[in-house]
Design a protein around this ligand. Structure first.
Ligand code: AMP
Ligand code: ZN
Length: 457
């Protein structure tokens, strides 16, 4: 089955064919580095990592570009309010530049903990100010901009196609927003460049043909996507919240400057939701990867949890669902580990895996198929090779996983130690008796040359 992906632009699942044979250009909107990422944000990056893995399994080379938003994203997500970076600086008492570096590093550590592959290109908004200025100049030349006292704005009324991605009801939006428009001509218009307010001492500001200030949030993605991937590339991704504002605005900028809708496929990951109002401050706890680790979870259990839900449906998070995911992951790890040496991949199961993954990344069904492999009558080595092949898509790190000695309860560990001593003393009867006790406790012991490993059965 050829790869089929859901495209938000056409609101349909359609066959993916790359624009250049064998190669995929992919742009994913990256984090705003004013604070740690919460596990909701990371669900979106896990979905995108799953996409990259499936593209690679289909034989494509992927050129993955991700931006780092380190300026211009305002607290309101619109065109007023404080810059999130400046607000983060006040919150922490450190400079905006320092926190940008700090939270970028923290974000990369989260990716590593979740076994998410890094993009081929990282690009920071603040490293690409001239590119953003030239892009705005291009839009200006085409006649889509106007000036207010606080910035240069994109006039969305000049573009008949504006808002198609979000299927926006433009007339309804305009009618409902007569108030609070300020100097903006239409509610959907947005800032391309904001002027630094005279009374405000911004830490991040630059000269431009229009005055000293900083870029609007949307322009960075159009400008950097253009720089690294060209005027029209294969896939652009982000979270579902971007369907109605950020991505329509990115599209309108590129459409104005270069006449394309930026990307052939637009894909969106649906939200992780919790009972609490805010993931970044729910019950006083910040739901971030470090909190999972502090509570004794393996971050990969969160990755496993995300595999159990399709990316186009919202996923409900609770500690109970994470417990269940940890149990499922432990079962898979222990079972795969105990299969011994991997031999050859079963072609039939691999074909079935690709059918599921190529059906718009159906990871939940692909994961269920892995358990079918385990239950099947295949030889242990074939089972193992097949599941390790599946794991190229899952990213659970099954190849390198070994049971941790610390995971073994103390009394079981003592039995194992006693058996190891008996075995080394060639007291086979005692060693066998102790192995029997371990089996009764639900543990198997595998002897190596220098040491042994333990697996719960
Ligand atoms: P931000 O750092 O706010 O720019 O967001 C980074 C990414 O996380 C964006 O692609 C958002 O769409 C996505 N995102 C934000 N909240 C959630 C959530 N609760 N679940 C999944 N993705 C989210
Ligand atoms: Zn973006």
């Amino acid at each position: 089955m050829s790869l089929q992906l859901y495209d938000t632009w056409t609101r349909s699942q359609r066959e993916f064919t790359p624009l250049k044979p064998g190669e995929v250009g992919l742009y994913t909107c990256g984090p705003t580095v004013y604070n740690y990422a919460h596990i909701g944000n990371l669900r979106t990056y896990l979905f995108e990592d799953g996409l990259v893995r499936v593209l690679k399994l289909n034989g494509y080379r992927v050129n993955h570009v991700m931006n780092i938003t380190d300026v211009g994203h305002l607290v309101s997500d619109g065109d007023d309010g404080e810059d999130k970076m400046e607000a983060g600086s006040k919150r922490t008492g450190q400079t905006a530049w320092t926190i940008a570096a700090l939270y970028t590093d923290a974000f990369r550590a989260d990716l590593k903990a979740l076994n998410i592959q890094e993009p081929d290109v990282w690009c920071k908004a603040t490293d690409n100010i001239p590119e953003q200025i030239s892009f705005i100049e291009e839009i200006e030349k085409k006649g889509y901009t106007y000036r207010t006292s606080d910035g240069i704005y994109f006039d969305t009324s000049k573009q008949a196609s504006y808002g198609h991605l979000g299927r926006l009801d433009i007339a309804g939006l305009q009618a409902g927003s007569r108030v609070d428009l300020g100097e903006k001509k239409h509610s959907t218009d947005y800032a391309l460049w904001k002027f630094s307010a005279p009374e405000d001492h911004r830490q991040m500001e630059w000269d431009s043909p229009w005055g000293r200030g900083f870029p609007g949030w949307h322009i960075e993605c159009s400008a950097m996507a253009h720089k690294y991937l060209g005027e029209y590339f294969d896939i652009h991704c982000g979270g579902e919240d971007h369907i109605t504002v950020h991505h329509p605005n990115e599209i309108s900028q590129t459409e104005a400057a270069y006449g394309t809708r930026l990307a052939n496929f637009w894909m969106h990951g649906y939200f992780l939701i919790t009972n609490d109002a805010k993931m970044s401050k729910s019950s006083g706890e910040f739901l971030r990867v470090q909190l999972l680790i502090d509570k004794g979870y393996d971050p990969i259990a969160y990755r496993y949890l995300c595999l159990t839900g399709h990316y186009r449906t919202q996923l409900s998070f609770s500690w109970e669902t994470l417990d269940a995911a940890q149990t499922g992951l432990d079962r898979l790890r222990n079972n795969v580990y105990s299969l011994g040496e991997a031999t050859t991949v079963d072609a039939g199961f691999f074909e079935r895996l690709m059918e599921k993954l190529n059906d718009d990344l159906n990871f939940p069904q692909a994961l269920a198929l892995a358990f079918e492999v385990l239950k099947s009558g295949l030889a242990p080595g074939v089972k193992k090779a097949t599941i390790l092949k599946f794991d190229e898509a899952f990213g659970l790190g099954l190849t390198s996983w070994v049971p941790k000695i610390e995971d073994v309860p103390g009394d079981v560990r003592a039995l194992a130690e006693a058996r190891w001593t008996a075995r080394n003393a060639k007291d086979w009867a005692e060693a066998d008796r102790l192995r029997g006790e371990l089996t009764a406790r639900g543990w198997s012991m595998k002897d190596g040359k220098e040491d042994y490993t333990m697996t719960s059965t």
